[in-house]
Design a protein around this ligand. Structure first.
Ligand code: NAG
Ligand code: NAG
Ligand code: NAG
Ligand code: NAG
Ligand code: NAG
Ligand code: NAG
Ligand code: NAG
Ligand code: NAG
Ligand code: NAG
Length: 406
């Protein structure tokens, strides 16, 4: 069992941590008043420690090195100085591995036929999500006063491997246009580095494509040959669930867009997690109630050499049932337990692969939208509480949730 540590912003997010040593004893209720009325304490499980505070940029992913460097990435917009940062003290981060590496020479984006495309620079980070370092290549930019997600240019979206000890970029993988589409959007990545999973022996990366435009699916990358391919493209289980209304902090949530079509969050395949031995992939879309899985052997089949593999994968998906909330962030530990980050209940649940049931782990009122987590080398689980319902991008690009609702 992991300990929990939290990272948070004054207004943006916190990084929290929980220790493995403690475990749930209390329920979520206490009693008060002369009639002993039950009330919701908003808490259960082990103590949560505040670890870091974000004041400048909205964080998304987090990774930690064995030498205690904390690496975070952000949703890149024009107002941000960098995409990838390193925690330098409890309230500040600095560009990582350098500011120059976070600055494409031709700028963040370019206009082509009146549409904004992200930089095609393979030498600099444009926008990154998650561990190792996944650059979506799709910055949010301002077009005629409207916050707009630029399309991807080949070369911009990439997976980068940075050597932690000297911050040098060791690997850069890019994707062809028929694997990473111009409207793809990479969200999460998991690695299986065992020699037996690919013919070449260097391991594989599994990447989620959440394409808000709807061309969702999994992207696989052979880390030796650099070859990549897709599976479960636009499969029902990877598609955004329509018209979901999640509740955050007890408030029903709609995005404040003037376009009625955009009043609901639209996010396809989002969080992914491997089983302990890498044979099962667990996954969810951004606001689905359901947990899905597939045997990874189906994802590893490359349709270029096995055209039947697409249909085989599409029929191999398993619906494991509901998780107990609309959620999509996962992390696992060295015992193979799948922790599920639950923004609707400010909690983390565990999916028990034996009973196939969701179990409570920790709940705390400070855990407003736990989004991405990292299982540390020191017995802590670190997770970013990024308070997404308060970010401008979910509130018409400007303010936060109207004060009347707070
Ligand atoms: C949890 O249980 C302990 C021991 O029974 C008690 O001291 C503590 O107040 C309880 N915490 C909550 C949040 O109810
Ligand atoms: C990392 O931090 C932990 C405590 O959180 C400490 O026990 C360990 O020695 C540190 N490792 C290094 C390499 O500094
Ligand atoms: C953290 O670093 C920032 C930037 O260098 C500095 O302004 C701030 O005072 C530091 N805070 C602490 C608590 O050391
Ligand atoms: C990247 O974009 C620039 C500007 O549009 C173009 O000149 C260049 O050829 C592109 N590079 C590649 C590798 O496509
Ligand atoms: C970083 O370390 C690697 C491996 O130790 C080495 O190959 C590389 O040259 C180093 N890079 C720099 C910039 O020092
Ligand atoms: C690779 O080897 C591990 C450890 O022996 C095993 O658990 C796993 O099933 C193997 N994977 C494949 C694809 O054969
Ligand atoms: C998937 O299919 C089921 C059953 O047809 C449907 O209820 C559900 O809305 C679909 N999900 C998505 C994301 O389209
Ligand atoms: C949405 O509508 C409000 C008021 O009707 C207006 O002030 C605002 O600029 C509009 N926002 C966008 C993104 O069009
Ligand atoms: C999962 O359920 C099994 C069977 O009830 C139990 O032995 C195990 O401890 C549970 N795992 C967790 C992580 O709670």
């Amino acid at each position: 069992m992991l300990q929990v540590r939290l990272l948070r912003c004054k207004i943006y997010a916190i990084l929290l941590g929980i220790s493995t040593a403690q475990y749930l004893t209390n329920g979520t209720f206490s009693i008060a008043g002369p009639s002993n009325v039950r009330y919701d304490t908003g808490m259960f499980g082990p103590d949560v420690e505040e670890y870091h505070y974000f004041y400048d940029q909205w964080p998304t992913g987090i990774a930690m090195t064995e030498h205690n460097k904390t690496i975070v990435c952000y949703t890149r917009g024009e107002e941000n100085a960098y995409t990838l940062g390193m925690v330098s003290n409890t309230t500040a981060e600095v560009a990582y591995p350098s500011l120059a590496y976070n600055t494409p020479a031709d700028g963040l984006y370019q206009m082509i036929d009146g549409l904004p495309y992200g930089s095609n620079s393979t030498d600099a980070l444009i926008k990154i999500d998650v561990i190792w370092v996944l650059d979506t290549g799709r910055p949010t930019i301002n077009v005629n006063g409207v916050a707009t997600l630029a399309y991807a240019s080949i070369g911009g979206p990439k997976l980068v491997g940075i050597l932690a000890h000297n911050a040098s970029v060791l690997y850069t993988y890019t994707f062809p246009a028929d694997v990473h589409y111009y409207d793809s959007y990479m969200r999460d990545v998991r690695f299986d580095l065992l020699a037996n999973v690919t013919a070449s022996g260097s391991g594989i990366a599994y990447i989620s494509d959440s394409s808000p435009e709807g061309r969702t699916g999994f992207i696989m990358l052979d880390l030796d040959t650099g070859e990549s391919w897709r599976q479960l493209s636009q499969h029902n289980s990877t598609q955004s669930t329509p018209e979901d209304v999640p509740s955050y902090n007890g408030l029903p949530f709609y995005t404040e867009s003037n376009s009625s079509a955009a009043r609901h969050l639209i996010g396809g395949l989002d969080g992914i997690e491997l089983s302990l031995y890498g044979d099962i992939m667990f996954y969810s879309t951004q606001t689905t109630d359901y947990l899905y899985s597939i045997e990874t052997s189906y994802l590893r089949n490359n349709p270029a050499s096995d055209s039947g593999s697409v249909a085989a994968a599409n029929t191999a998906v398993e619906n494991l049932g509901q998780k107990g909330g609309k959620a999509a962030g996962f992390v696992s530990d060295s015992l193979g337990m799948i922790y599920m980050l639950m923004p609707e209940t400010n909690a983390i649940y565990i999916y028990n692969t034996t009973t196939m049931l969701a179990e409570p782990y920790v709940r705390d009122p400070r855990m407003i939208y736990p989004d991405r987590a990292f299982s540390g080398y020191d017995g802590y689980i670190y997770f970013v509480v990024n308070q997404l319902p308060y970010q401008p991008a979910w509130n018409d690009g400007t303010g936060e949730i109207p004060p009347a609702l707070l």
